[in-house]
Design a protein around this ligand. Sequence first.
Ligand code: BTN
Length: 322
Amino acid sequence: MQDKVLKILSSSNDFVSGQDISQRLGVSRQSVSKAVKALRAVGYTVEAVTNKGYKLIAVPAYLNEVSIKTYLNTAVIGKKLIVLDTVDSTNDYLKIKGSSGCENGLVVASRRQTKGKGRLGRIWQTAEDDCLAFSFLLRPNIPPSSVGSITPLCGLAVCKAIRAYTGIDCKIKWPNDVVVGSKKLVGILTEMSAEFDAVEYIVTGIGINVGQVKFPSEISQKATSVFLEMGEQINKNKFFAFVLEYIEDEFIKNNLELTEEALAEYTALCATIGRNIKFYRNGNEILGKAVGVDKNGELRAVTESGEICLINSGEVSVQGIY
Ligand code: BTN
């Protein structure tokens, strides 16, 4: 009810009478007044004037379920949404939900993570409300060997969403970081639970640096945020809904595969391709040049000795990035 009332109030710059709202929603005036109270409780400023009705004055800046739902138009991803104030890691939280049978498409976001996880066992640490940190769970009918396409597709969707929403000229650093120039804007971590040849569920966690106005000096040359790139704070709830829609669209359009079309877009936005890279194979450091990405999401590289290598995981440093 709150989200429906909020939709009506958001679509008007003026007062909307309680009677008008109750008629449009087919509910009592009392229910409308209860919904307005609930909106105020989560941080909305709603003015009420006798004989005029209600007017939305200000929306809360922090992540909250009611606001996200007013913007969200997805069919599966985020249909069920949980927004927490604090959690250890949204990925870990969702993996527990996944093991106890939660629905396909469940999204969990948190204003703060106490043990946020990065790739390769690293930590992902951010202050409250600075980072848009969320995870979504899918139960796709694919073999574990096909899961490699999920993270690049997700990286592509997030990169496209940020470009469209903010105008920032961001790129993908293979496999799925989103960078601006040489600085990281987004990190993605996909984890999977599988048995033999079947995937039970996949949890993909995404951290987008949105609100940071400053990074600690040790990472200030390596990290950036939407605020630092645009010089203004964005509506985090609206942006979150926008990103979820891009992810769902990309997944549906490509049937969870790196199709020719997706690969072409990925390649065009990939900052790694065409650059000199350094990676490790059997403990040896190898220098080469990234030349493409194949349909399993592997990076194709030509080494200094002219050998073609497919790289599917681990750390690749890209000259000029990190
Ligand atoms: C990386 O670049 O190393 C991946 C970072 C992934 C961070 C996100 S934040 C939301 C989700 N929950 C986690 O614990 N990690 C991911």
